[in-house]
Design a protein around this ligand. Structure first.
Ligand SMILES: [Zn+2]
Length: 110
């Protein structure tokens, strides 16, 4: 197996991300939440977040938040910024903001 095939996939095309059923899209459609799981006070949120520099290219982003206090407990993203710095990147924060803004919608749908 070559090194390339072993590398984790970083970006996803619109066609690829549409294979997952979207629970909620942000108004600008840059954030598309497809997974939501609640454990106690925490929520695990999975989404695709579109790159600002390359249209139609999405990163796979996962966050763990405490909605009541808007606290980001943990997150991961397939972008280079997160890989190199390991700090919460703008995609995680964007997802957190969209999630917080749409709490009612997300939980009424369940
Ligand atoms: Zn990122």
């Amino acid at each position: 197996m070559s090194h390339l095939t072993m590398m984790e996939k970083r970006t996803f095309s619109l066609e690829e991300i549409l294979k997952n059923n979207v629970i909620l899209s942000s108004k600008d459609r840059k954030v598309r939440i497809y997974g939501l799981l609640n454990e106690g006070r925490k929520s695990d949120v999975s989404a695709y977040v579109e790159s600002d520099s390359i249209n139609g290219s999405f990163y796979s982003v996962k966050i763990e938040v405490e909605p009541e206090i808007k606290h980001l407990v943990y997150g991961s993203c397939t972008c280079e910024s997160f890989e190199y710095h390991g700090n919460p990147c703008k995609h995680m924060l964007k997802l957190r903001n969209v999630f917080q803004k749409n709490l009612d919608k997300l939980y009424n749908k369940k």
